[in-house]
Design a protein around this ligand. Structure first.
Ligand SMILES: Cc1cc2nc3c(=O)[nH]c(=O)nc-3n(C[C@H](O)[C@H](O)[C@H](O)COP(=O)(O)O)c2cc1C
Length: 187
């Protein structure tokens, strides 16, 4: 085994697109990987100091879409460009947005699945950002990505994961097993 000093190498990491409205009402989006499920109806995201952070200080509502192979280039773009420098950021992505039904934030049409969220609590607030715990207000899934049982089918979505070790985006592959079940073979 080779040892490494502590790094942000938690694996796998998501590629989340956080949608908010800028002060002038234009839609914005940023890429976030340091995030996860917090509780049954809540998520957590580690927020640095960004235009998105300012937007969230004005309004606690946002959307979270899961990036796909098809949206990868634009997903990376919204992670390396700031609305502070480029007000037309979303125009460069080609994404079309509409206002979410349950929160005051944009939904981008090109993602299979999007969460509508509202900040519940900000933790360790400082000039460099905070950790936000947010309620999942609603979950939207494009009907073409539903499984036969009517629930979202992750296998159909071509989602991607962020590799923080070599700064890559990796395709999420096929289903290989059944959770809470296959381990029974070893009981
Ligand atoms: C792969 C990737 C992951 C990122 N993860 C985070 C994150 O978890 N938290 C964060 O605050 N910024 C993260 N960023 C940086 C923001 O997406 C970036 O600073 C963005 O330009 C902010 O846009 P805005 O200023 O328009 O809000 C990430 C960027 C990339 C490319």
């Amino acid at each position: 085994m080779k040892n490494f000093k502590p790094m942000a190498w938690m694996l796998p990491q998501p590629v989340l697109i956080i949608g908010t409205y800028n002060a002038d009402g234009t839609p914005n989006a940023m890429n976030a990987a340091w995030a996860g499920q917090w509780d049954m109806h809540e998520i957590m995201i580690s927020m640095g100091s960004h235009a998105t952070t300012e937007n969230l200080d004005r309004c606690p509502d946002f959307t979270v879409a899961f990036a796909t192979a098809d949206t990868m280039v634009a997903a990376d773009y919204v992670g390396i460009e700031s609305a502070r420098k480029q007000p037309d950021k979303i125009m460069h992505t080609g994404w079309v947005s509409r206002k979410a039904e349950h929160v005051d934030a944009p939904v981008y049409d090109c993602f299979p699945m999007t969460l509508e969220c509202r900040i519940k609590e900000k933790l360790y607030v400082s000039e460099t950002g905070y950790y936000m715990v947010a309620e999942i207000v609603n979950i939207m899934c494009d009907e073409s990505f539903l499984a036969d049982d009517g629930k979202p089918d992750v296998e159909k979505m071509n989602l991607i994961t962020f590799d923080p070790i070599h700064n890559g985006y990796l395709a999420i592959g096929d289903r290989i097993g059944n959770a809470f079940h296959d381990g029974n073979a070893l009981k």
